[in-house]
Ligand binder design. Structure first.
Ligand SMILES: *[C@@H]1O[C@H](CO)[C@@H](O)[C@H](O)[C@H]1NC(C)=O
Ligand SMILES: *[C@@H]1O[C@H](CO)[C@@H](O)[C@H](O)[C@H]1NC(C)=O
Ligand SMILES: *[C@@H]1O[C@H](CO)[C@@H](O)[C@H](O)[C@H]1NC(C)=O
Ligand SMILES: *[C@@H]1O[C@H](CO)[C@@H](O)[C@H](O)[C@H]1NC(C)=O
Ligand SMILES: *[C@@H]1O[C@H](CO)[C@@H](O)[C@H](O)[C@H]1NC(C)=O
Ligand SMILES: *[C@@H]1O[C@H](CO)[C@@H](O)[C@H](O)[C@H]1NC(C)=O
Ligand SMILES: *[C@@H]1O[C@H](CO)[C@@H](O)[C@H](O)[C@H]1NC(C)=O
Ligand SMILES: *[C@@H]1O[C@H](CO)[C@@H](O)[C@H](O)[C@H]1NC(C)=O
Ligand SMILES: *[C@@H]1O[C@H](CO)[C@@H](O)[C@H](O)[C@H]1NC(C)=O
Ligand SMILES: *[C@@H]1O[C@H](CO)[C@@H](O)[C@H](O)[C@H]1NC(C)=O
Length: 509
């Protein structure tokens, strides 16, 4: 982390006394004391990652664990008190085969190379990756593009055997990846949701018939549609085609990439209006369909800030702030879980697991900080619900309130105004009002960096950093600040600067 001349003045500006402040400038945030109607329940296991199949060995390790990844992952389970969810899959997995006799973790036929769609063969060392992580729940995607059922069954058995607690570490099996892209590629051009629903159901049935450790029926994650899925590939159509005829569907998944090549951080990611409108048009109907068919939970099984959008859209302070806004907004839509996609040398992962010659060095990226913020928002208490609060006429300032067992317990405030390193940083005062008489203190943590919103260095959450040099463990001072509450407001004004997020937690004795 580079040192910065403005450091001392920034620390002082964290809290300033009332008399030095222009009262009119304050943004008033008055969260209801009890969860309002329409607050959405938040799954304790909301946080997840997805790992592209061909990168799994880099992230997990083979014979030996990747300790850097292991420490980074344990950050999440230790904050939320539940296992972090990991979906292993993607286009590479869908085109894979498993060969237990193969001693390389993965091989591919380089004469028929076709990017992520290249046929790849995983060996026993790849499967050994599943033995390393404690406190993880897996969704295991099995290959479907090449339709080798007996091979998929063999793969599931081997992966379950490798997991520390075997079938208890398995959340679901996902059959195939992005079937909405199959027509004219992995299947004939007229391949339809009805064909998919039938194939999917018979694949799932045969897996249950062959793998005795899978007790019950609801073991399968369905759909896993690519971003963006267009009709006829809708959740409603696949349910109408009776995918759940035998009751095998556990969850419905779709994939999401907010931005794409050429997009600007400011206009696309640090833009709450855009996040809300894009997600509503892409997923609201799908969520409704999923919930109306047997109350099936809807998840985003593969998410990135931007597809081929460049490194700054994945590894920057602004990307971290998007991650917070995107995740908290997902919760308010009733989305059960999101898995942020990881892949070696990709632009958007939270971390790069190994140093690659002519590629990227092992490092933690900006997006990671958004996820640790959200992990602290979730916390350990449980029975959490969330509601979006009014922005008080400031479209760049996005507040959310969290409730444990219906009682206000935290407020997250994201300031998405872009900030360029060369300018003076705009600062706003937050007037948090109307807190219950019983509340005597709040604790404030800040997600920030000294550079501007595009900075790729020195992002911190409540003073902490997670780095390769620290082997993926937290380092740095604890910069949370505890403030007394008088007359329903913190004593002293809480300030937020352009391109920052605050988590205000209520401290109950
Ligand atoms: C905070 O909001 C309350 C309630 O609207 C108001 O009475 C108070 O003057 C505001 N304080 C500041 C510093 O803006
Ligand atoms: C990294 O962390 C792991 C797990 O905590 C530990 O076993 C290993 O010794 C650490 N390595 C270094 C270089 O600190
Ligand atoms: C690789 O693919 C080509 C073209 O399909 C085929 O001729 C060749 O036998 C394959 N090689 C291996 C090792 O499978
Ligand atoms: C991949 O394997 C499938 C059958 O398993 C075969 O039909 C297809 O041609 C292969 N693709 C390539 C690019 O080798
Ligand atoms: C399917 O997988 C099995 C091993 O699991 C293998 O013996 C068989 O050759 C595969 N079939 C095809 C068509 O690749
Ligand atoms: C396309 O594949 C589906 C099964 O996946 C099959 O039912 C259908 O007859 C095929 N259509 C053509 C034109 O080959
Ligand atoms: C077991 O898997 C095979 C394919 O390998 C399939 O043909 C068979 O129907 C399955 N058995 C049961 C009981 O589902
Ligand atoms: C934010 O997104 C909305 C909706 O996509 C768009 O209309 C607006 O122009 C964007 N704002 C900026 C500053 O780019
Ligand atoms: C989803 O359901 C809600 C009510 O539960 C309804 O207000 C909304 O219009 C529906 N949206 C879509 C796109 O179906
Ligand atoms: C969870 O919170 C709700 C209020 O939001 C409450 O009605 C319910 O009893 C709580 N459930 C448990 C198990 O504590």
């Amino acid at each position: 982390m580079r040192t910065h001349p403005r450091l001392s003045c920034i620390l002082l500006s964290l809290v300033v006394p009332y008399q030095n402040v222009l009262v009119a400038a304050a943004i008033r945030i008055s969260p209801p004391a009890s969860a309002p109607d329409g607050a959405k329940s938040v799954s304790q296991g909301f946080l997840g990652f997805g790992i592209e199949g061909r990168s799994f060995a880099d992230y997990a390790g083979t014979e030996n664990a990747n300790e850097f990844s292991k420490n980074l992952l344990s950050t999440f389970s230790s904050k939320t008190g539940v296992p972090v969810h990991i979906r292993v899959g993607g286009t590479t997995t869908d085109h894979s085969k498993f060969d237990p006799a193969q001693t390389n973790q993965a091989t591919k036929n380089t004469t028929t190379e076709n990017g992520l769609r290249t046929n790849i063969t995983f060996g026993t060392p790849w499967v050994e990756g599943f033995k390393h992580w404690d406190n993880v729940l897996y969704t295991l995607q099995v290959p479907f593009a090449r339709k080798n059922l007996s091979n998929a069954i063999e793969l599931v058995r081997a992966c379950i055997n490798a997991m520390p607690n075997q079938v208890q570490d398995l959340e679901a099996i996902e059959i195939g990846n992005e079937p909405n892209l199959y027509p004219g590629a992995d299947r004939n051009a007229s391949y339809s949701p009805a064909n998919y629903a039938r194939e999917w159901d018979s694949f799932a049935g045969a897996m249950l018939g062959n793998i005795s450790r899978l007790n019950g029926k609801e073991w399968f994650q369905a759909m896993a549609f690519a971003w963006k899925a267009n009709p006829p590939w809708t959740v409603e159509n696949v349910f109408d085609a009776n995918i759940n005829r035998d009751g095998f569907v556990k969850t419905v998944s779709q994939h999401y990439y907010q931005g794409r090549k050429g997009d600007s951080l400011t206009n696309v990611l640090m833009n709450h209006t855009n996040t809300v409108s894009t997600m509503r048009s892409a997923f609201q109907a799908a969520i409704n369909s999923s919930h109306s068919h047997g109350n099936t939970p809807f998840v985003l099984g593969e998410v990135g800030s931007a597809l081929e959008g460049g490194f700054v859209l994945g590894n920057s302070l602004g990307a971290a702030l998007w991650t917070v806004d995107f995740m908290l907004h997902s919760m308010t839509m009733g989305i059960k879980r999101v898995s942020m996609q990881l892949g070696t040398n990709f632009d958007f992962p939270s971390w790069q697991p190994i140093t690659v010659a002519n590629g990227r060095p092992a490092a933690v990226h900006g997006n990671f900080y958004g996820q640790v913020f959200v992990a602290d928002f979730i916390g350990k208490e449980g029975n959490l619900s969330i509601t979006a609060l009014s922005t008080d006429g400031h479209p760049n300032v996005v507040p959310y309130a969290g409730y444990n067992s219906g009682r206000l317990s935290k407020v997250a405030i994201i300031d998405l105004q872009a900030y360029d390193d060369d300018d003076d940083r705009p600062t706003r005062d937050i007037n948090l009002t109307g807190l219950d008489d019983g509340i005597q203190r709040v604790r404030v943590g800040r997600l920030t960096a000294l550079g501007g919103s595009t900075t790729q260095e020195g992002v911190t959450w409540a003073g902490k950093q997670w780095t390769k040099a620290s082997n993926g463990t937290a380092v740095g001072p604890d910069e949370t600040v505890v403030l007394d509450v008088k007359n329903g407001s913190p004593v002293g004004i809480v300030t937020i600067r352009a391109s920052e997020a605050l988590l205000v937690e209520i401290v109950r004795e």
